[in-house]
Ligand binder design. Structure first.
Ligand code: NAI
Length: 243
């Protein structure tokens, strides 16, 4: 029970990696404050997590809603130990066909959302002189990917944000790290064609797609006491897809 009495916030926790990560924290004793833009799935996810979990309908790209969420969690729980910036979307197209609105939306949720949540939470962590921030980036943020200029830029930006938060808040006892998942089976990747899925699988030395649990295990490690001496790092969870 590594997270007994710890208060953990996870964004985009109604589905996929966020939901499985919240479940893994709950199994290890944490109190879960989860948010998502999808209220129905979010409420049922919180219910399934048990009595120590509660849900807020929050769009992470909206500053006022994010600030209100963080303040409510701090008021209700008395502290915030862990923030997992997981909420993310794709709007893929080749650069020449990519709409400005799709560039802006992906940046607003994937990158600005993490900035807003970090800003809202970090002052509570600074007062405690302890905290863990884990950002969910992507291997494509490191190596690039055709058809994902907006998404890749947002994830590369998130890695830069992680390293800057790590430097700015290290003296306050706060660490910031990122996981960079490879090809993980969730609703985000379910929509890809069989051809694209096979092309990803061909690049994975361990020979299989990742599961949300594979990513959750890495997130829990980075949020745990065992990772006390790690900050500003990017942990690839990709079956060796990127080395
Ligand atoms: P998913 O689509 O299964 O789940 C994403 C969740 O985020 C959904 O519940 C959605 O409602 C929520 N969300 C979307 N916009 C939001 C907003 N504005 N505010 C709050 N919540 C919002 O996606 P998945 O695969 O679980 O992805 C989670 C994270 O992992 C994302 O940041 C994604 O970029 C990243 N990732 C996923 C990979 C994969 O292969 N599935 C690979 C690398 C990174």
């Amino acid at each position: 029970m590594r997270f007994n009495d710890k208060v953990v916030m996870v964004t985009g926790a109604a589905a996929g990696i966020g939901r499985v990560t919240a479940e893994a924290f709950a199994r290890e004793g944490a109190t879960l404050a989860i948010c998502d833009v999808n209220p129905d799935a979010g409420h049922s996810a919180a219910e399934a997590l048990g009595p120590k979990a509660f849900f807020h309908a929050v769009d992470v790209s909206k500053e006022a809603a994010v600030a209100e969420w963080a303040d409510e969690v701090a008021k209700r729980c008395g502290r915030i130990d862990v923030l997992v910036n997981n909420a993310g979307i794709t709007r893929d197209a080749l650069l020449m066909r990519m709409k400005e609105s799709d560039w802006d939306l992906v940046m607003a949720i994937n990158l600005k959302g993490a900035f807003l949540c970090t800003k809202a939470v970090v002052r509570h962590m600074a007062q405690q002189r302890a905290g863990r921030i884990v950002n969910v980036a992507s291997v494509v943020g490191v190596v690039g990917n055709i058809g994902q200029a907006n998404y890749v830029a947002s994830k590369a930006g998130l890695i830069g944000l992680t390293k800057t938060v790590a430097r700015e808040f290290a003296a306050r006892g706060i660490t910031a790290n990122a996981v960079a998942p490879g090809f993980i089976e969730t609703q985000m990747t379910a929509v890809l064609s069989d051809k694209i899925k096979q092309a990803f699988l061909n690049q994975i030395p361990l020979g299989r797609a990742g599961t949300p649990r594979d990513v959750a295990d890495a997130i829990l490690f980075l949020a745990s006491d065992q990772a006390a001496y790690l900050t500003g790092q990017v942990l690839h969870v990709s079956g060796g897809m990127v080395m």
